[in-house]
Ligand binder design. Structure first.
Ligand SMILES: Cc1ncc(COP(=O)(O)O)c(C=O)c1O
Length: 402
């Protein structure tokens, strides 16, 4: 059963949070941090537990098949083929998998961005220590200042001989969408590859790995995918997968790695080839409940359509942004619609502590967060345009109490 079989009572509707009956916040605008699970997600997790509780090990094939189906849907989400995806436990795990499996040569240079979320930095630093790489940082602020100068600075770095560039599709604090396609074209023109952390994009901001020439992409499930923690996926371009070294392989990464459990004696071997596919990263048993949750949520997202979700979130932000600016906040949102995600990051008026302000706004029932000192609002499909009034009232009340 898929969550789309659950009937109209479980259908997602823009601006309707009836699938989140227990949600405490009056306005939940914090999907860039962690999404609350919808009722279909909670039910999907319960179904997995119930099936193992009644059937034990014989439930396993059901959930293995479910994960294959999920990959088909994830492929639709990012414009890929299902066979180019592997399921992982987090964005970080996907970054690490590529960092450890990439066919490095000592002295290779990796270009990162100062100001990025550390998930897309630490694994490359560890790979640098392990494989003798050189890490180079470019300022992420370049990307905010304008596409042209940022791409020129990147090209200058690529001309020095970089092997891989790692960047986020959407910056976690400003919400700026990175010009991935232009970056990938530049990387490829200079013999480098592009790794994209898409956890702040997938589910609410369109991503097409093939159209934008992405080589690798990792995404966790607990933010805009609206699934749960402990889930994620990795995309590896079919042009790159054969060159990967299977450094993270486990017992389930082999071709026919599982037959010895079911097909009688003489099948236990250690020399079967490791799959030269993205799913080589699925080396052991996976988070069955988490991936059932991901499919249930993804069914809702695909039914609404990511383009429409992006437009809906931006209609909310179009109303919220000027209201905050008129109160002395500085918006970090791009004037260019093509560079907008579903995040609005603002800096508070002079002299106002963002931490104190956000604590007060949250206490008034408006869930938001403060990454890197930025006040961040991140609405998704269940938010309604009418909620903007509630956000602004909470901000006014919080400001007047400071
Ligand atoms: C851009 C970015 N990448 C990665 C992460 C962390 O992802 P994960 O916990 O799935 O590794 C976050 C936020 O938590 C983020 O904002």
């Amino acid at each position: 059963m898929t969550s789309t079989d659950l009937g109209p009572a479980s259908a997602a509707r823009f601006g309707d949070r009836s699938l989140f009956p227990g949600l405490e916040a009056r306005v939940y605008a914090n999907h860039a941090a962690i999404s609350p699970p919808s009722r279909p997600v909670v039910e999907a997790v319960s179904r997995v537990l119930a099936s193992y509780a009644t059937r034990g090990a014989s439930a396993f094939p059901t959930w293995m098949d479910q994960r294959a189906r999920l990959k088909g849907k994830l492929a639709r989400l990012i414009g890929a083929r299902a066979e180019d995806l592997g399921l992982v436990q987090s964005t970080t795990r996907g970054v690490n998998d590529v960092a450890l499996c990439f066919p490095w040569r000592a002295g290779d240079r990796v270009v990162l961005f100062e100001g990025e979320f550390p998930a897309n930095v630490t694994p490359w630093q560890r790979a640098a220590a392990l494989f003798g790489l050189e890490v180079v940082f470019l300022p992420v602020a370049d990307l905010a200042a304008g596409e042209g100068p940022a791409l020129a600075r990147l090209e200058a770095e690529l001309l020095r001989g970089a092997r891989l560039v790692a960047v986020s599709a959407v910056e976690f604090q400003t919400g700026l969408r990175t010009p991935i396609a232009a970056m990938s074209a530049l990387c490829h023109a200079h013999g480098a590859e592009l790794f994209v952390d898409a956890v702040q994009a997938c589910g609410a901001t369109p991503v097409d790995v093939v159209a934008s020439g992405v080589d690798y992409l990792a995404c966790g499930g607990h933010k805009w995918m609206m699934a749960v923690e402990g889930t994620g996926f990795l995309y590896v371009s079919p042009d790159r997968v054969r060159a990967l070294r299977p450094s993270v392989a486990g017992w389930l990464s082999h071709e026919d790695g599982i037959g010895f459990l079911f097909e009688g004696p003489g099948r236990l071997r250690y020399d079967r080839p490791v799959r030269a596919k993205a799913d080589l990263v699925e080396g052991g048993n996976l988070n069955a409940m988490g991936f059932a949750a991901m499919e249930a949520s993804l069914d809702l997202i695909l039914a609404l359509g990511v383009d429409a979700i992006h437009a809906h979130a931006n209609a909310i932000l179009d109303a919220l942004e000027p209201a905050l600016v008129s109160r002395g906040f500085t918006s970090l949102r791009s004037p260019d619609p093509a560079r907008r995600s579903a995040i609005l990051g603002v800096l508070p008026p002079e002299g106002v502590s963002v931490v104190t302000l956000a604590a007060a706004v949250n206490a008034l029932g408006v869930a938001c967060s403060t990454p890197d000192g930025v006040l961040r609002f991140s609405p998704h499909w269940p938010n309604a345009i009418g909620e903007v009034r509630g956000i602004v009232d909470a901000v006014d009340e919080a400001l007047s109490a400071l």
